[in-house]
Design a binder for this molecule. Structure first.
Ligand code: SF4
Length: 337
């Protein structure tokens, strides 16, 4: 099949799944993670967290690039061979074989259709879906020291460089999980509140809501985004939007450090200065210090601050995504970081 041929969604092994009744956030996922029997051995790699928890909030769209390529299940295992920058896709039992063209054609077409997604969850260790650390074998049978992403993942990242992408196994890490959820919801909010009605006003409103989220993630990005919106008057709204979005998503790309959270919490404390007596502010400061030392999780100082900001904070601080996250509270992800 060449890349100009039309492939129907069915032929791409594309299925939309949702247990949610809300207008769900659409997230792509490797089919095997939702229990579809598409693995080389005819089995699956169902992820309890994705299927039982995230599926209540996300509308998952599954895709198996190897099934889409017509390789069938069960099938011999595949591996990457040759040049790590331009590998072959070979059957492990036939070193030197190459099915990369058959593999790439349907995946390339599928990737073109994904601009409605706000995230992607991938299966680890797969030469197709792996996010990183995928081995590439040399002609002598030994793997190169240089590892890379899977072939489908590479297509996805090239087309959507700011799409939140994560491997299912990494979602077991509370900090990585919190970061992925934050990125997916921020990506969704940006597309719906800024992209959908692009204007300087929409961009400023979004920035105003995410100011403390960005501060907790990266001080340089916090300064750069403020500057971008207040200066560069000759920039078109499209250029400003693109520049804002790339800097914003890059700032969110790694979990926030504990010391940055502490710094942000201290800034928020400033809103209580005039209304809350000093003994109470001292108590809150003590809890922030406990968080800094790792004795309590982020929910503890946050809940305390939220309580006082709710009563004494300005409207501006109450609408902050840092204190009133866009993602559902039942995901409870700050309980563990
Ligand atoms: S890892 Fe990717 S290619 Fe492999 S079975 Fe799962 S969805 Fe298919």
């Amino acid at each position: 099949m060449n890349s100009n041929e039309t492939v129907t969604p069915q032929a791409l092994h594309f299925v939309e799944n949702s247990k949610s009744k809300e207008p769900a956030i659409k997230v792509g996922i490797s089919s095997c993670l939702l229990g579809q029997n598409v693995r080389f051995n005819g089995g699956h790699s169902r992820s309890n967290y994705c299927d039982d928890t995230l599926q209540n909030h996300f509308s998952f769209e599954t895709f198996c690039p190897e099934m889409a390529a017509g390789f069938g299940a069960p099938r011999p295992t595949l591996r990457l061979e040759g040049d790590p920058n331009a590998p072959r896709l070979a059957y492990s039992n036939k070193p030197g074989s190459n099915v990369i063209d058959e593999f790439l054609a349907p995946s390339q077409l599928y990737v073109e259709t994904l601009d409605h997604l706000d995230g992607y969850i991938l299966m680890k260790k797969s030469p197709s879906c792996g996010l990183s650390r995928i081995k590439v074998y040399q002609e002598n049978g030994n793997p190169h020291t240089k590892q890379r992403s899977g072939l489908f993942t590479e297509l996805l990242q090239k087309k959507y460089p700011y799409l939140p992408i994560e491997e299912d196994a990494r979602l077991n890490d509370p900090a990585l999980r919190e970061n992925f959820i934050l990125r997916v919801y921020a990506h969704h909010e940006f597309r719906h509140c800024v992209d959908a009605k692009l204007s300087m006003h929409a961009l400023l409103e979004f920035h105003s809501r995410y100011k403390y989220v960005v501060m907790s993630q990266s001080q340089p990005a916090y300064k750069a985004l403020g500057k971008l919106l207040s200066e560069n008057r000759s920039m078109s709204i499209i250029e400003r939007r693109d520049c804002y979005f790339s800097t914003f998503m890059e700032a969110l790309s790694k979990p926030a450090k504990r010391r940055n959270h502490c710094n942000t919490l201290m800034h928020l404390m400033g809103y209580l200065k005039r209304h809350v007596e000093s003994s109470i502010r001292r108590d809150i400061l003590n809890v922030i210090e406990q968080y800094r030392r790792g004795e309590v999780n982020l929910t503890t100082p946050m809940t305390l601050l939220q309580h006082y900001l709710k009563h004494y904070g300005s409207e501006y601080v109450k609408q902050q995504r840092y204190t009133s996250p866009y993602y559902p509270s039942e995901l409870g992800i700050r309980n563990q970081i």
